[in-house]
Design a binder for this molecule. Structure first.
Ligand SMILES: [Zn+2]
Length: 393
């Protein structure tokens, strides 16, 4: 019998408990509830595969998702169906890595979760016999996700291996081939609502900058050193002594660095506190950066005023519509735009909490859909950040 999938509404305080409570082990393999559960799990997963396909070759469903609190999951790997009853991991042979996963009970969401990529699992077959199987790669991820269900853990649970917030995948928003304009990236508001924000708030992050640095000359060197690859790329695409703009300069460190190295630099910053800090960084370094109190999507510079505009830790915080405007505005005032953005692979402990993260493929897609020419894409920080150099065709 095909059953309805039990779903979880993250905006509601009244969700089915079966999804978030630990299941009971199966002890009687001939009991009616066991036999019915096996049958219905098979039927419901068959129906899901019929409707959804099995694109990754690994798909699963747990008893809790059809409303039964028994420790049992059905998983289809390639052509084979496994009924994992009372599963337990007996050996982890691989490495922990991040997997991007979805769940039929939280249909529109995805999360990045860390699982071991090669596990040995002991479980009972439908007749109660003992079986061992080894699962690797995506298969090991699906099996571990289903085992989380049996513990009452959903994508957003405080799993010890969990690294990321729920996010709405980009592909869900495609309509008529148009550029999707809202609500992608991680949904931090939802995480806040759940009281599960564990990243630095922008306020905490910025106040730590104000407190930590009194030596602004050393600070500029430190920032330029930490962002060496970005600095090198900006130099590569800008004539020596050329004109550089920075959109959203923050503390102004990189703008000041370029001014110290003979470039003609202007920067914009809309936050007056950050601007005040940037002005003192500039003064203490004896440089002559021009400051403009502009938002990144409305710069007061003339068309083509700069060789290069750059930004980092800025574009990923913007809503899509503002992002598209900000990049267009950058390429109005400068010949090329160099920007560094984090990807979804970024280490969670470096997030400030205001990012809207994309995969590197999604950033490329944004560039293509906006019709810009890509001059360079360089992954740094193990793929956690990417630097793009683009221009108008
Ligand atoms: Zn699931």
């Amino acid at each position: 019998m095909i059953r309805d999938i039990v779903t979880y509404d993250i905006h509601s305080d009244d969700n089915p408990k079966v999804l978030t409570e630990k299941t009971r082990p199966v002890t009687d393999f001939t009991a009616e509830e066991t036999v019915n559960c096996i049958r219905d799990l098979n039927d419901t997963l068959d129906d899901l595969i019929l409707r959804e396909g099995n694109k990754r070759g690994a798909i699963g469903l747990s008893a809790t998702q059809i409303g039964v609190d028994l420790a049992m999951s059905a998983v289809t790997l390639g052509d084979k169906r496994y009924m994992l009853i009372n599963p337990e991991i007996t050996e982890k042979k691989g490495k922990d890595r991040l997997f991007r996963i979805g769940c039929f009970s939280l249909y529109e969401y995805r999360a990045m979760v860390r699982y071991n990529d090669d596990i040995v699992v002991h479980y009972n077959d439908v007749d109660g016999s003992d079986l061992y199987d080894e699962f690797t790669g995506d298969r090991s991820c699906v099996v571990q996700h289903e085992m989380d269900h049996l513990e009452g853990k959903l994508l957003f649970a405080d799993l010890p291996n969990r690294e990321a917030d729920l996010f709405v995948p980009r592909e869900a928003e495609y309509k008529d081939g148009k550029v999707p304009l809202k609500n992608h990236g991680r949904v931090f508001e939802q995480r806040r609502k759940l009281g599960k924000i564990n990243v630095l708030s922008p306020e905490v992050y910025y106040s730590s900058l104000f407190n930590d640095y009194s030596d602004y000359v050393a600070y500029v060197e430190k920032c330029a050193n930490e962002r060496k690859t970005l600095v090198e790329l900006i130099k590569e695409y800008t004539p020596e002594g050329g004109k550089i703009a920075e959109a959203g300069c923050g503390t102004g460190a990189l703008s000041v660095y370029f001014a110290k190295n003979g470039y003609n630099v202007c920067c914009s910053e809309s936050d007056p506190d950050m601007m005040a800090l940037a002005v003192s960084v500039n003064a203490q370094n004896g440089t002559d950066v021009g400051f403009f109190n502009d938002p990144v999507d409305a710069l007061e510079f003339e068309d083509g005023a700069f060789d290069t505009i750059f930004s980092y830790e800025v574009l990923e915080t913007l809503e899509d519509e503002v992002l598209a405007k900000a990049v267009a505005e950058g390429l109005r005032v400068a010949k090329r735009y160099v920007f560094m953005v984090p990807t979804i692979e970024i280490a969670a402990n470096t997030l400030k909490g205001n990012e809207r993260l994309r995969t590197s493929a999604e950033w490329l897609e944004f560039i293509n859909l906006q019709g810009y020419r890509l001059l360079r894409a360089k992954e740094i920080d193990n793929g956690g950040n990417v630097i793009y150099v683009i221009e108008k065709p």
